[in-house]
Write a protein that binds this ligand. Structure first.
Ligand SMILES: [Zn+2]
Length: 415
């Protein structure tokens, strides 16, 4: 074990757009907005990346807004949760208009680097009183198609619906090289194995470790398919959970007080937050009988490579230091490349997407033309893009390089 290497975490499921992180509970302001403190506390324990869950159109916009407020730390998912599926049919201008708005938001926020996954989408047959089966199925399918079109990895939710879930998902996954993650997994061993067989990663939080059966499942999740989350403000690890006996030696949480007694620097009782990710990792390590370092490194690498979270602000692991802008744009190039690959032949759409690429800041003095011409090399060293080397032909890469550098040469090389 390398003692000098600090632990690092990605909280891949955190609902930072929930009003409780602004001090508002059930519509009433109980204390001041402490979102900055919540983010800082997590960063203090090594949680430097947050995937803010979007659960409907408005919440997805909200998540994108938070991502833009904390660039390089927070990223958004964009999508409509199965329990909100009926919102499509209730949309004032009709369901297709809502899908169209979701699509526009997903494209725009992917291009700006803020959205990294399509979700939270899926099926939830435990809570049919919130949305009946029919709209759930219909709009899960429609959103899966959007994710394939935009080539965003999936952020998935599945409860008591595995048969329908797999039936709709399997044929689309073949067209989605980055695949996706089933978050807050609470299924059986058999279901977990089927998720792995489909090529999905599995997200574990406090709710995934309530019972002994849950722990057996967590123990069996292959390390190269594991990602971790808090799902705050929900899913905290409670003393009554089977996980609690694995908390020996886990890092303590900051002091928690009732919301009415809130004071700066304190957590709020019953409001789970991303600082608790260290305890999730601790329990997983104990259950698996391995070190926390092993859990963290595996989960970190899995999240970074699936969602490409490194790009905005560097922190490129095991790579030459490159400029911020370089990584930001590399991700956009990769994203475009995947789209191009899937549209094969529809170059005009790619050109259109390129023209809407957000114009960036001043040319970077350290940049050389080699940087841009070596997109092939970049793919090889950038884990989020590594899969491209296998799926994209040389011709396609060349075409991207040509279109890209023609349009953006002046921006990057100055004139
Ligand atoms: Zn969920």
């Amino acid at each position: 074990m390398d003692e000098s290497k600090p632990l690092r975490y990605v909280d891949i499921g955190i609902n930072l757009s929930d009003p409780v992180f602004r001090g508002e509970y059930h519509g009433k302001q109980a204390h001041e907005d402490d979102l900055d403190d919540v983010v800082q506390r997590a960063r203090d324990v090594g949680c430097s990346k947050f995937m803010v869950t979007g659960s409907d159109l408005i919440e997805s916009k909200h998540a994108v807004h938070i991502a833009s407020k904390y660039p390089g730390f927070c990223y958004a998912t964009v999508g409509v949760h199965p329990c909100q599926a009926k919102l499509f049919d209730e949309y004032p201008d009709g369901p297709s208009k809502m899908l169209e708005e979701l699509r526009a938001l997903a494209i725009e926020s992917t291009q700006s680097g803020h959205a990294v996954a399509f979700g939270e989408i899926g099926l939830d047959y435990d809570r049919l009183f919130l949305s009946p089966k029919e709209p759930q199925l219909k709009y899960f399918e429609a959103q899966l198609d959007l994710a394939v079109e935009i080539q965003l990895p999936l952020f998935l939710h599945s409860r008591a619906a595995s048969e329908d879930f797999e039936r709709l998902l399997a044929p689309r996954l073949a067209k989605l090289p980055k695949r996706g993650l089933v978050h807050s997994f609470t299924g059986t061993m058999d279901e977990m194995n089927r998720m792995i067989a489909l090529g999905l990663d599995v997200g574990v939080n406090g709710c995934s470790m309530k019972t002994e059966e849950n722990l057996e499942v967590v123990k069996a999740i292959p390390l190269d398919r594991l990602q971790i989350e808090t799902d705050g403000p929900w899913c905290e690890i409670r003393p009554s959970h089977a996980s609690a006996k694995h908390l020996n030696g886990a890092p303590d949480l900051p002091k928690a007080v009732k919301k009415e007694k809130w004071q700066k620097g304190c957590m709020v009782k019953g409001r789970n937050e991303p600082v608790a990710i260290a305890r999730v990792a601790h329990v997983i390590a104990s259950v698996k009988g391995i070190t926390v370092e092993e859990v963290c490194e595996a989960a970190w690498n899995n999240s970074i490579s699936m969602f490409g979270l490194v790009s905005l602000h560097g922190e490129a692991p095991d790579r030459n230091k490159r400029s911020e802008l370089y990584w930001k744009n590399l991700r956009t190039i990769s994203w475009l490349a995947v789209r191009l690959f899937h549209m094969s032949g529809k170059g005009n759409k790619v050109a259109d997407a390129l023209s809407r690429w957000p114009t960036s800041t001043a040319p970077n003095p350290g940049r050389t033309e080699d940087d841009l011409d070596s997109i092939n090399t970049a793919y090889a060293i950038d884990p989020p893009c590594a899969f491209l080397t296998s799926v994209i032909s040389r011709d396609v890469k060349q075409k991207i390089a040509t279109v890209w550098s023609r349009q953006h040469r002046s921006m990057f090389f100055g004139g």
